[in-house]
Design a protein. Structure first.
Length: 336
């Protein structure tokens, strides 16, 4: 079996760890956002709810499918003209731009540092870059709690799900498939962030984007719980025995079908209660509480959450690489 195939996902993660995200002016995600904004302007027509749903669906497909097709096409062309090695490098580069754990790490620590120095305004400003809720009225505990929730949720949405679909694509279609499905997930995730809001503006137009993101995150979210529990075993100062119990007990305690799996696991690991009431655009939303610990999150909890995020990513990746390798060996053995 080609070991380069098994190194695809770890190599993309290593690039992110070494270099972080690309500058926003050249990042493909910014191009996705610009295209989405343009399509929303073109397709948002009339007050009819059914028309808004259909136009939102079309706009979503016109962002996700072309980007996914271009990604797969670039890797296919690289393989065609440069051989498997060229295809591998292009696939790694495309997976790298879809992943952003280092950026999540940096954003979280930008919240923890001013909090540790009692700079509440600085911490509020930093956490506003991570969450959609209003942060101006949050106290220090609320800021830390919002940051931990963002790390836990984005662990699945922004990293594990992309790795999962890259692995599925790799199994089905090789390097082009890995790039295609990773970019498909990333673009769906971007659109969910832009359009997947439950308000009057997007309740119809963004429905398809939100449901597509839910579907793509469904399996990875459920795989996150055992990975977080396993990863926590090598980190001191965590409540290892509470993760599976709390994570399972509160797995459905969220409006989203997927968010609570990783958030509840983090709540159990850190001894926190996450979630709870929040304000979005001036409107109070009574999110359910997740976990059985204290709501008084602190900077130390953010630091531990970041460590748990990285360890969970490593565990998930190792398990996925092992699963992909075993499946390929079985297929090759059957073929023989």
């Amino acid at each position: 079996m080609n070991l380069a195939l098994l190194a695809l996902l770890p190599a993309a993660l290593l690039l992110d760890r070494l270099f972080g995200e690309l500058p926003s002016r050249i990042h493909p995600v910014c191009l996705m956002g610009a295209l989405a904004a343009r399509l929303e302007t073109l397709f948002r027509r009339g007050p009819n709810n059914a028309l808004l749903f259909l136009s939102g669906t079309l706009a979503c497909l016109l962002v996700t499918l072309p980007f996914a097709a271009v990604a797969g096409g670039l890797v296919w062309a690289a393989e065609l003209y440069g051989g498997p090695r060229a295809g591998w490098f292009v696939a790694v580069a495309l997976l790298y731009v879809c992943l952003a754990p280092k950026s999540l790490d940096q954003h979280a620590l930008r919240v923890a540092l001013p909090l540790a120095k009692n700079d509440l305004e600085g911490a509020r400003k930093a956490v506003s870059m991570m969450v959609g809720r209003n942060t101006a009225s949050l106290d220090a505990h609320g800021v830390a709690r919002a940051c931990v929730e963002s790390v836990a949720e984005n662990l699945t949405d922004g990293v594990l799900s992309t790795l999962f679909w890259a692995g599925v694509g790799l199994l089905l279609f090789g390097y082009p498939g890995a790039a295609c499905l990773a970019v498909l997930h990333r673009s769906a995730n971007v659109l969910d962030a832009l359009w997947g809001k439950r308000n009057e503006t997007y309740i119809r137009f963004g429905t398809f984007a939100a449901r597509l993101d839910d579907i793509l995150n469904f399996v990875p979210a459920r795989l996150s719980l055992p990975c977080i529990a396993f990863a926590s075993r090598i980190i001191p100062n965590l409540r290892h025995g509470d993760i599976l119990r709390v994570g399972w007990a509160y797995r459905a305690a969220h409006e989203s079908p997927n968010s609570a799996w990783s958030e509840a696991a983090f709540a159990g690991a850190l001894g926190l209660r996450l979630g709870g009431p929040a304000v979005y655009n001036g409107q109070a939303v009574n999110h359910p509480w997740l976990g059985e610990g204290t709501p008084d999150a602190a900077p130390a909890h953010i630091v531990l959450a970041v460590r748990l995020m990285w360890h969970s990513i490593i565990v998930f990746t190792l398990f996925e690489v092992f699963a992909v390798g075993m499946i390929f060996m079985k297929v090759m053995g059957t073929g023989m």
